[in-house]
Design a binder for this molecule. Structure first.
Ligand code: COA
Length: 253
């Protein structure tokens, strides 16, 4: 079976170098997931004109609220995670900026406008990168999303995701968190048209006119398919996202 999933475009590989000439080496086969991911990312990166837009959300209040939920009985046994708020914020932004909930079809002559809100979360596993999809994020609350994200991430790591749990996504969130450093440019997961990369939240000085005050900033990077989303749409989507994360009362609107 292993030979059949070697589907990386050979033009992009340097196969003819004998690396052993330069030092000790060994050769390993990619896992099936690594191989499929390599192919899909190459397709995306080479075929889709990506634009990546950056901003920071100020999340001190959100973090205080999250921690207060976790210290109280409201959250039950579910740990309230940042990803739950990100899911909800992205969902509301998708509702307000419908260009982000489309897919190009019919060789680019048409697009499908989706009226459902299924959002994938990238999970790093020992077998490779997996993206379980949380369905109907619009109809779920923060606790339910936190629970479902944790369950799906665990299933991904245990190799127990079913194909249907990885299908139907409208948008992906890649939350590298503390491993994401200052920021990174995420690659779109086709047939989706946009992806959000989340790096490490950090306290940074903010000039308020009189002096510097410490603010907790969450670095966000939004990559989108420039064939179907223009820069103004990108700015509006990011603006919405930042507004919600800055003040999650906007989720109630
Ligand atoms: N910046 C700084 N700290 C962050 C962060 C960020 N962007 N994102 C999360 N953290 C912190 C959280 O505050 C948490 O700290 P705490 O234990 O003090 O509450 C800690 O990192 C762990 O985060 P976690 O509780 O796992 O929440 P999450 O929202 O990051 O993710 C899951 C929830 C269930 C999705 C997560 O556990 C998981 O499996 N993530 C997989 C992520 C992954 O593989 N990413 C790679 C993508 S290629």
């Amino acid at each position: 079976s292993s030979k059949n999933h070697s589907i990386i475009d050979e033009r992009y590989l340097d196969e003819h170098i004998d690396f052993a000439e330069f030092g000790p080496t060994e050769t390993h086969e990619l896992t099936k997931i690594q191989s499929i991911t390599a192919h899909r990312l190459q397709e995306s990166w080479t075929k889709i004109p990506h634009v990546t837009q950056f901003d920071n959300a100020e999340i001190a209040e959100l973090e205080a609220f999250r921690q207060s939920l976790n210290s109280k009985a409201e959250s039950g046994n579910t740990k309230v995670t940042l990803i739950a708020f990100l899911l909800k914020a992205v969902c509301n932004s998708l509702k307000a900026h419908t260009q982000f909930n489309r897919s190009l079809v019919e060789r680019g002559k048409s697009f499908v406008q989706k009226h459902y809100f299924h959002i994938g979360i990238a999970v790093d596993t020992s077998r490779g990168l997996l993206v379980p999809v949380i369905k109907n994020v619009d109809s779920k609350g923060i606790l339910e999303l936190a629970y479902e994200a944790a369950q799906l991430a665990r299933k991904a790591r245990d190799g127990k995701l079913t194909p249907s749990e990885m299908q139907g996504g409208c948008f992906t969130i890649s939350s590298l968190g503390v491993k994401g450093g200052a920021g990174f440019t995420p690659i779109i997961n086709p047939p989706e048209v946009a992806i959000l990369g989340v790096a490490k939240a950090k306290i940074q000085p903010h000039w308020d006119g009189d002096g510097f005050i410490p603010k907790l900033y969450l670095p966000l990077a939004l990559s989108y398919d420039h064939r179907i989303i223009n820069g103004a749409d990108g700015g509006a989507f990011m603006g919405e996202l930042v507004q919600i994360l800055n003040d999650i009362r906007f989720l109630a609107l």
